[in-house]
Design a protein around this ligand. Structure first.
Ligand code: AMP
Ligand code: MG
Length: 359
């Protein structure tokens, strides 16, 4: 398991700062580690005096989400729910209930490509607290793990939740960070009328502007060279962005790399996709959609986006030469970096058609 180093955040913040010509106009930021990754909060220079108090509030909100829904903490509400799989209901707070419901919403919208109960399979490959195997699991083990997966077996009730299948395991790694960012945004944005940028491991949401008349600008990382930026995205008030990448977490088994996002239908890590970046109205939506669109690919992913108003996407297939496939709304906000040898293909609007169908 790999956690990001503090410097991993620098490109995004540097770009936010580059937009500002004078030093005194530079947004002020602070970074910290939480949920196995790096978080940061940025405010316009004019609000520097409130940075410390805002960071303290943001840290508290993120820590609380982590305490309640971490699959790594045996005392979390999520771990208690997992421990009672097949045995009955476990109590959950409103916060955990909201995140579980958001996970189920994306499971339904994506026809199970996003599945919060994918834990048994994810763990089999060595992610989310599982032990990395020496070789890819055989079909019998995959089938046994898949049998415990199924979002319809997760029931969220008033004050509690239950997992029908013994051995079921909820993993909220694909949505919890986005939910945490929204929580911070909702708490802080009303008191930051000039602007703010909340970031948790690449799940971001902004309010206002980086400085008067200058929107927040963030970098989209090159999945083939993490230290480099492919281009920049302009975010306007309330907008959220999330990226799912095959470079974020992976295991190498028998010389082959397997990424941490799995297709719940096959039990195998998704191959063929290097990264997906989503723009959406909330960070939870961006987070859920980035994981789902990573699994679904371009065509079926676009059908999913049609079900979520205001969502846009960039897909980067895991192949050379580098190709960037963007929806029109994404392309309109994206500027390719100088010297990046790639063209952006703007995907035509999908024809209105049947709802997302099973494969
Ligand atoms: P993200 O970086 O937001 O795409 O989230 C990836 C994380 O979500 C993984 O590390 C797993 O914890 C979890 N995950 C993997 N595959 C899926 C899936 N198909 N549906 C929901 N969550 C998943
Ligand atoms: Mg996600």
């Amino acid at each position: 398991m790999k956690s990001l180093a503090l410097r991993d955040l620098a490109p995004a913040l540097l770009l936010a700062c580059h937009a500002c010509s004078a030093d005194r106009d530079r947004p002020v930021s602070e970074e910290w580690e939480v949920m196995g990754t790096v978080a940061s909060l940025s405010l316009p220079a004019a609000d520097a005096a409130r940075l410390q108090a805002s960071v303290a509030a943001a840290r508290d909100a993120m820590e609380e989400v982590n305490r309640r829904v971490s699959a790594y903490r045996p005392d979390s509400e999520l771990s208690r729910l997992n421990a009672s799989a097949g045995k009955g209901a476990a109590p959950v707070s409103d916060l955990t209930r909201g995140i579980l419901l958001e996970g189920l919403r994306f499971a339904e919208l994506s026809d199970g490509a996003f599945d919060p109960t994918v834990g048994p399979v994810v763990r089999l490959w060595g992610f989310s607290g599982g032990t990395a195997p020496a070789a890819p699991p055989d079909e019998a083990r995959l089938a046994a793990a898949r049998a415990a997966v199924g979002w319809r077996g997760l029931r969220v009730e008033r004050g509690g939740a239950r997992l029908d299948a013994p051995g079921a395991f909820v993993d909220l790694g694909g949505i919890a960070k986005g939910c945490a960012v929204d929580r911070v945004y909702e708490r802080l944005a009303p008191g930051c009328p000039r602007g703010l940028l909340v970031n948790l491991g690449g799940n971001m949401r902004v309010a206002g502007a980086a400085r008067p008349g200058r929107p927040w600008t963030i970098g989209v990382r090159n999945p083939f060279d993490r230290a480099r930026i492919l281009g920049t995205l302009e975010l306007t008030n309330g907008m959220a962005v999330a990226t799912s990448g095959n470079y974020e977490r992976f295991v190498t088994l028998e010389g082959r790399r397997y990424a941490h996002i799995v297709d719940p239908r096959t039990g195998w890590p998704v191959e063929g996709m290097a990264g997906v970046t989503i723009l959406a109205r909330t960070a939870a939506e961006a987070d859920g959609l980035s994981t789902a669109c990573f699994v679904l690919g371009v065509e079926r992913g676009r059908e999913l986006l049609r079900r979520v108003p205001g969502s846009e996407a960039l897909w980067i297939p895991d192949e050379q030469p580098l190709r960037l496939l963007a929806t029109p709304g994404f392309a309109a906000r994206f500027r390719l970096g100088a010297g990046v040898a790639a063209a952006v293909t703007v995907l035509p609007e999908p024809a209105a058609g049947p709802a997302l169908a099973s494969p």
